[in-house]
Design a binder for this molecule. Structure first.
Ligand SMILES: Cc1cc2nc3c(=O)[nH]c(=O)nc-3n(C[C@H](O)[C@H](O)[C@H](O)COP(=O)(O)OP(=O)(O)OC[C@H]3O[C@@H](n4cnc5c(N)ncnc54)[C@H](O)[C@@H]3O)c2cc1C
Length: 527
């Protein structure tokens, strides 16, 4: 059996990024993916004949520009199409829209509140600056504040200097963003409820928190950190769905010589003399390697792949305490035509459908959706982020027909009585019935629907408890604490065994940052 320099477990986008960087540096690399295709939570699948869906993640923004450049992803087929607007239908039949055109958005805001229209630009500037301030952290291996090692001290000093350089006012704003609820933070800026509601929604995505829970303002910032083609905070679609992002990274990795094997689940990492020695596949085959890198989440990586006697007991306890608590679901719908929303009756096939539609009509609405989840039920009237990918990329659906992607919260993994087929359908019905209220006649357009619960996310992708970020993006699980104190630098307590998935710094989303930093760490450590 050939011995590889590096085996990467899991062919999600982070595993592929790690593989590409390591192969590019001359290592012999093998990626082992359990599913028949690469991509993990970033996959495109033809779920119904002729209808293609970004089955889980659906919009792209956070993917690090340096990765796009280093791996020359456009040459490998990556093509991002801009998503231009967000329309938030209100319960009184009105709407709030953010358009691509800045002046038009200002006029729209003015219609709701001249004061908010004035505050909007300054808010945008602050968030831009905050995101820029935090961005360098995305590209750094977190220093350990409890260590006196020269590298850690140098890292801490660099961080200290960086934050001092922000100036008092911005530093205060950053601390607020790190600690406040998104509702409270937005309250300091705006008075229009629907504006606060739709903005606060970015703060709850992937969390088991409501907009009034402290800590959500950080997730708001996390979603502000993207940029596409240098355009800050821009979101877009990958042509061909998010699977095309993964395929482009896979293609880059192969071009550097990496091998990628699908239908090759790993059951165990072999450890000899306290050092990783390779992996055992689910079919019993053993493949040797000098270095093994896992892109699976921390629970799978440390509690399933490695026997616990190879790990320090306190580290195992920390990993057991790492919180997942998936709260998101997805409903993918094949449509006979585009639905008409009451708030914009003349928009059929127009601007509304070329952007996102956010079902977040008021802060109370979103918070109530969370209330249901807090007590173990899915939201009866959920928050939804809706896009019509076939309007941007017509290749996603047969001519004249459409695909609709609905990201939904809340759908708690720990549902009272557990998820069953009947509960899944009831959850799908809650989504469809709520939408019917905003777009009468919508139901009659549905040709097929796929309802995905957090349990389904876990079963299909392996993401524990269906947490979309491979572990909650909460302050106590970020930076030098992700996934555990002392082990946030991609190395693990087992020599030659590394971690590179979203459960490591800087966290989830189609970002690739974890995969890149892990590869750079492996190359630096050299073993
Ligand atoms: C419903 C949903 C919606 C989302 N929406 C967005 C969005 O719009 N935009 C965005 O930026 N992010 C979004 N995300 C988050 C984002 O998709 C994830 O954070 C990211 O894709 C995780 O990438 P990863 O490579 O770290 O892990 P994964 O994608 O989970 O990859 C891990 C891989 O390991 C494989 N695997 C598991 N077990 C084994 C094993 N034993 N052996 C071998 N292989 C194994 C899995 O099959 C998988 O391919 C969403 C996620 C979900 C679930």
């Amino acid at each position: 059996m050939k011995k590889y320099d590096v085996i990467v477990i899991g062919g999600g986008h982070n595993g592929l990024v790690t593989a590409a960087y390591l192969a590019c540096a001359g290592k012999s690399v093998l990626v082992l993916e359990r599913r028949p295709r690469v991509g993990g939570a970033a996959v495109t699948e033809e779920i119904f004949p002729g209808f293609k869906f970004s089955m889980f993640s659906y919009v792209v923004s956070l993917l690090r520009p340096e990765i796009i450049r280093d791996l020359d992803l456009p040459r490998h087929g990556l093509h991002i199409l801009p998503l231009e607007s967000t329309v938030t239908p209100m319960e009184n039949g009105d709407y709030l829209a953010a358009w691509a055109d800045h002046d038009e958005t200002r006029r729209e805001l003015y219609r709701h509140s001249p004061r908010d229209a004035e505050a909007y630009d300054e808010y945008g500037r602050l968030m831009h600056f905050m995101a820029q301030a935090v961005k360098p952290i995305l590209g750094m291996v977190p220093p350990d504040p409890t260590s006196f090692a020269p590298g850690d001290l140098a890292g801490l000093l660099k961080l200290g200097k960086h934050f001092r350089g922000l100036g008092a006012e911005r530093l205060h704003a950053l601390v607020k963003l790190m600690t406040m609820s998104s509702a409270d933070f937005l309250d300091e800026w705006f008075e229009t409820d629907v504006l606060k509601a739709t903005k606060s929604a970015s703060g709850i995505i992937g969390t088991f928190l409501g907009p009034r829970s402290p800590g959500t303002a950080y997730v708001l910032l996390h979603h502000y950190m993207g940029e596409l083609d240098g355009v800050f905070r821009a979101w877009g679609f990958a042509k061909g769905g998010t699977g095309a992002v993964s395929e482009s990274i896979a293609s880059a990795a192969r071009s550097f010589g990496a091998e990628i094997r699908c239908d090759a689940g790993v059951s165990k990492v072999t450890v000899r003399n306290d050092k990783a020695a390779g992996v055992v596949l689910e079919n019993g085959d053993e493949i040797p390697a000098s270095i093994v890198v896992s892109s699976l989440d921390p629970r799978r990586t440390f509690l399933q792949l490695v026997e616990s006697h190879h790990l320090p007991a306190d580290f195992v306890s920390d990993i057991k305490r790492f919180k997942f608590r998936g709260s998101s679901g997805k409903v993918n719908i094949a449509l006979a035509g585009l639905p008409t929303f009451t708030c914009m009756p003349d928009s059929a096939g127009g601007r509304l459908h070329r952007g996102a539609v956010s079902i977040s009509p008021s802060l109370d609405y979103v918070e109530r959706a969370y209330d249901d989840a807090k007590y173990g039920e899915f939201s009866r009237r959920p928050y939804m982020d809706i896009v019509f990918p076939s309007m941007i990329d017509p290749g996603m659906a047969p001519p004249g027909k459409h695909v609709m992607s609905i990201f939904v919260q809340y759908a708690p993994y720990h549902l009272n009585g557990g998820w069953t087929d009947a509960k899944r359908e009831a959850f799908g019905d809650a989504v469809v019935n709520t939408l019917e209220g905003f777009a009468p006649g919508f139901k009659s357009l549905i040709l097929h629907r796929q309802v995905i619960t957090p349990l389904d996310i876990e079963r299909i992708t392996g993401l524990s408890e269906g947490n979309i970020f491979a572990g909650e993006l909460a302050l106590h699980q970020l930076f030098f604490l992700r996934p555990a104190p002392g082990w946030a630098k991609f190395a693990t307590p087992v020599r030659g065994f590394y971690q590179c998935g979203s459960g490591t710094h800087p966290g989830g989303g189609i970002m690739g940052a974890s995969g890149r930093l892990a590869a750079l760490t492996v190359l630096k450590n050299g073993r």
